[in-house]
Design a protein around this ligand. Sequence first.
Ligand SMILES: [Zn+2]
Length: 224
Amino acid sequence: MFDMPSTALLMLITGLTGIGSLPPYPAPIASARAGQVVDVTPTLQLVVRGGTDRRTLQLAGLAMPTETSAATTARTALWQLVRGEAIRWQPHGDRTVLAFREPDGLCLNLELIRQGAFAADPAAARVLPALAAYEAHARERGVGRWHRPGDSPAGSEAEVYITRTGTRYHRGACPHVRESGRPIPLAEAAARLKPCNRCKPPAPQLSTELSTGRNSPKRATGDP
Ligand SMILES: [Zn+2]
């Protein structure tokens, strides 16, 4: 199993993010190996180079998509998270690993489930209990493979990323959020931060409704 943060830290994290229903990401163990991701194979394994060593890692807890389109989506999501990035990994389950992006410690296994890029592997629930909660969270929001045409808003647009000290909010793929980015609801971010000029994240739907309500001043006067 993995080391869990202290209860105090857990309370701090859940208080900050407002996603108290989700268990926090685990932290890598001290003996976790380190390397750089140089490729993602069509069978969704990470190709990692560390010094002269080159190896292929299978992430624990992810159900491999059977449809071609789902596999392509999953591979893209995985590649976007780790392209050229340093990661740490530790054995977890049967010939599979838990992997963490450096330096922010993002747990790739759980993040991919959270984004809806993969379904959780039911057989892995025993070794990684948090999987079920993360998949339920993704299904609830209708993101990734759980998105149904006609869903509104698209779940992936209802959530953006912020950093600890920045004054702007971002898309998940923005280079500015690599160091300390964490996801929060779009409405919450837009209430106190400006959108990033570089990645141009979406604006909340609420402001769109307000700005298109051209007759609202008349209604605001209280006319019958
Ligand atoms: Zn940005």
